[in-house]
Design a protein around this ligand. Structure first.
Ligand code: HEM
Length: 347
């Protein structure tokens, strides 16, 4: 199987170009975790998305299937910016449950219980149709080569970048699981009621440090949460700015069962822009979730929060490192797993 790159021709028209051996190798099923090279970057097609925070998405060298993926994805995010947040979260919930293996994408059937209905996911995670659309487009040009797990990893990166955050090379070569575990999803993904020590230990359990935990929580600079997940905080907690609590109470009734699904932005200033406001909010006691405010509550992580609130470039560069660390959790490689044809079911 040879996949081609699209490069800009002399007249600005796109031309096909055969990749070098190394580049082909990086996409061959079973070839593991080769960095996609960055050369030829300037000549590569740029996927433009007018009106979005960072239109130069295609600036990194990306093999055609994933360049195509990016263009499908840009159109999804331009329809609904929150989708970027939802896909980033999907990647987190995939990686924390037995590794980044696309297990969260498997549908339940009468004989199979997957992860979609686990507590942290049910009525909450979203974006499955977008992953399907990307997979369909990718399979058309390069069937059986790009795993659903890799599609999720690159889409998560693209989310951050499109919404104004940093960009990085995603390691490719993950394969897809043939199983999923609802029990592991319930157990491994930290709930918003977590204490600081619980957060630290859930991340440690998958090989991530306390610094990774704080840094990755900065993903809450984008996206929304449901009232049911922050009700207790805005009515009962004391380490919260009182006018912020009042504002949030306006659309999240005190009584459990009413307005449970009403949404509020995790970052009150710029919920569709990837920046360091999340950390500034924590310092002002305006974290929306109990678990958010735990990161700045007189404990060992206060200093990291302070640093990121003052230094956006330090947050951005650590975010890249931590996303790569998270993307490295227990990948399926070699002959383990498979390249699913349809992300929702095992081949
Ligand atoms: C540190 C532990 C974490 C906890 C306790 C936590 C919890 C939550 C909760 C409860 C929500 C709202 C869900 C809902 O109301 O339906 C949420 C949303 C979100 N989380 Fe986290 N999260 C954590 C870490 C992360 C990480 C590591 C990432 C990604 C790197 C992430 C990305 C997101 C995003 C982007 C959203 C918004 C999703 C959307 O708008 O659809 N979270 N999180």
């Amino acid at each position: 199987m040879i996949c081609f790159y699209l490069v800009d021709g002399p007249d600005g028209q796109q031309m096909k170009q055969e990749p070098s051996v190394a580049e082909t190798e990086s996409l061959r099923p079973g070839s593991m975790f080769t960095w996609i090279p960055q050369r030829k970057a300037q000549r590569l097609r740029k996927v433009t998305a007018s009106g979005l925070a960072n239109p130069n998405l295609g600036a990194l060298v990306t093999p055609v299937p994933l360049t195509l993926a990016a263009s499908v994805y840009v159109s999804a995010i331009s329809k609904e910016k929150r989708m970027g947040a939802s896909i980033l979260r999907l990647f987190f919930h995939d990686c924390f449950v037995n590794g980044c293996d696309g297990s969260i994408l498997l549908d339940d059937t009468s004989s199979f219980t997957g992860e979609k209905n686990a507590g942290p996911n049910r009525n909450s995670v979203r974006g499955f149709n977008v992953i399907d659309d990307i997979k369909t487009a990718v399979e058309k040009v390069c069937p059986g080569v790009v795993s659903c797990a890799d599609i999720l990893a690159t889409a998560a990166r693209d989310s951050v970048n499109i919404l104004g955050g940093p960009c990085w090379n995603v390691k490719l070569g993950r394969r897809d699981s043939t199983t999923a575990s609802q029990a592991a999803a319930n157990n491994s993904i930290p709930p918003p009621t977590s204490s600081l020590s619980n957060l630290i230990s859930k991340f440690k359990a998958v090989g991530l440090s306390t610094k990774d935990m704080v840094t990755l929580s900065g993903a809450h600079t984008i996206g929304q949460a449901r009232c049911t997940n922050f009700r207790t905080r805005i009515y009962n907690e004391t380490n919260i700015d009182s006018s912020f609590a009042k504002t949030r109470q306006g659309s999240c009734p005190r009584t459990s069962g009413s307005g449970d699904n009403n949404l509020a932005p995790l970052d009150l200033q710029t919920p569709t822009y990837f920046d360091n406001d999340y950390f500034k909010n924590l310092i002002e006691k305006k974290g929306l979730l109990h678990s958010d405010q735990q990161l700045f509550n007189g404990g060992s992580t206060d200093s990291i929060v302070k640093k990121y609130s003052n230094n956006p470039s330090s947050f951005n560069s650590h975010f890249i490192t931590s996303m790569i660390n998270m993307g490295d959790i227990s990948p399926l490689t070699g002959s383990s797993g498979q390249i699913r044809k349809n992300c929702r079911k095992v081949n």
